[in-house]
Design a protein around this ligand. Structure first.
Ligand code: GLU
Length: 438
């Protein structure tokens, strides 16, 4: 294959995220105060978490929690563990959560948290101490009616369980609704684990109808084989789609006739190296296929490209090499705003992250409701309610895109900002106060 240019991230992801707000604001009748408010996170906390390591030494980790906007309800969003976490990134992720919750109409604002750590280097006990230590430091900043964390990159149900337990100890009462994505036995919801992938799958099913797709003719590449990547690949494979490429953080595999996804998932999970609570096996070692890099995967000649890993994968540097006609963003922020404009000129349809991956937070909302009711739903109920919300919002945004002749991301932001705008305006804006002061 030709040499690949490494995608370059923008200087500030948060500034890049704001560009999307400004761009969408041109297409909605909004008070300028709404956009102004959304440009500033409501509250930011930075903490230093001292952790006693197994060898007796002390290590101090940096962590952040950002509450971006709470005009529509308590703030909501995951906590990520990654060596590249920065305040700028967490602010952008929190802003996207605000828009995502508005897109699907769940009664939350947006937040995000992160710890600068490579969790694969920690033992399970070090990981538990780190997770509990973080909650100890942010306990006054979160709460079931204030800010509700959840899993994100490299955090999982077990970590959410530790965090809920730590928060409950601090409050001296059982508080399951403070965090979502918990293990089922600790008040988690059926269907939460695969919800992000499933939400994106429901979007693809709507597209299938609109574009009259025959699944066996649709070649799909999935970047990222974590929770979301595995579940979307499995659901599409079940329906007959040809999953021709898959990658994880160590690289990818390609096979033109498609992979048997369930056995790939089985191999990856069975051969995992049980260090901490992470799967460590790479798909590269699991199957016989052409080995490709993550960058090459993005540039494959496929019909449907699903970035399901990290942000800034498709940038001004590699966008002209993207051949897929449709991109469904299961990761948060995989396409930069510069690349957006070029994709739109190339007539590539991008189903944006704030819609495509909103299944996770939607089922998190269901989990929060179930925790507060103390009454738990069947998995069929969860799937049915998720399906209804995802197809409703997909079709609403698709219509806005067609009516206003804008790309789907701008339409999704316009839709979110209309909902956010009515919540902000209900508290009064300048036009209201100026008229009443005369
Ligand atoms: N971390 C997920 C996201 O980015 C889920 C958030 C949640 O469930 O609150 O959407």
């Amino acid at each position: 294959m030709a040499s690949i240019k490494q995608p370059q991230p923008p200087d500030s992801i948060f500034a890049d995220a704001i560009k999307r707000l400004d761009n969408a604001a041109k297409h909605v009748d909004l008070d300028h105060e709404v956009v102004e408010r959304l440009k500033h996170p409501k509250a930011v906390i930075q903490v230093s978490i001292p952790v006693r390591m197994d060898d007796g030494s002390l290590k101090v980790f940096s962590g952040y929690r950002v509450r971006h906007d709470n005009s529509r309800g308590p703030t909501k969003g995951g906590i990520r563990y990654h060596p590249d976490v920065s305040l700028d990134e967490v602010k952008a992720l929190a802003l996207w959560m605000t828009c995502k919750c508005a897109v699907v109409g769940v009664p939350f604002g947006g937040a995000k948290g992160g710890i600068v750590v490579n969790p694969k280097e920690l033992s399970p006990m070090e990981l538990e101490r780190l997770s509990r230590g973080f909650i100890g430091l942010i306990a006054d900043f979160i709460g079931p009616d204030k800010d509700i964390p959840a899993p994100d990159v490299y955090t999982n149900a077990m970590i959410m369980g530790w965090m809920m337990n730590e928060y409950s100890k601090i409050r001296r009462e059982h508080c399951p609704a403070v965090i979502t994505g918990k293990p089922l036995s600790l008040g988690g919801s059926l269907g939460r684990e695969g919800a992000t992938g499933r939400g994106a799958y429901y979007c693809i099913k709507e597209l299938e109808k609109r574009r009259d797709w025959k699944p066996e003719q649709v070649r799909v590449a999935v970047q990222g084989f974590g929770n979301a990547g595995q579940s979307i690949a499995a659901l599409l494979h079940r329906d007959g789609y040809r999953i021709v490429a898959i990658s994880d953080s160590r690289g990818g595999v390609y096979r033109s006739d498609g992979f048997d996804v369930p056995s790939l998932i089985k191999i990856k999970n069975e051969t995992r190296y049980l260090k901490a609570v992470y799967c460590e096996c790479s798909v590269c070692e699991a199957v016989k296929a052409e080995i490709i890099t993550n960058e090459q995967l993005l540039e494959l000649d496929v019909d449907l490209l699903i970035p399901a890993a990290l942000e800034n994968q498709i940038t001004a540097q590699n966008v002209s090499q993207i051949k897929a006609r449709v991109i469904v963003e299961v990761a948060n922020g995989p396409v930069t705003s510069e690349a957006d404009a070029i994709l739109s000129q190339q007539e590539t349809l991008v189903v944006p992250d704030i819609l495509a991956n909103a299944g996770g937070v939607t089922v998190s909302y269901f989990e929060w409701v179930q925790n507060r009711q103390g009454y738990y739903w069947s998995v069929e109920k969860v799937h049915e309610r998720l399906h209804k919300i995802m197809s409703r919002e997909f079709n609403t945004i698709f219509k806005i895109m067609q009516q206003k002749q804008i790309d789907m991301r701008t339409a999704a932001y316009a839709h979110a900002m209309t909902r956010l705008g009515s919540a902000v305006a209900a508290h009064g804006t300048q036009s209201f106060f100026s008229n009443h002061n005369r």
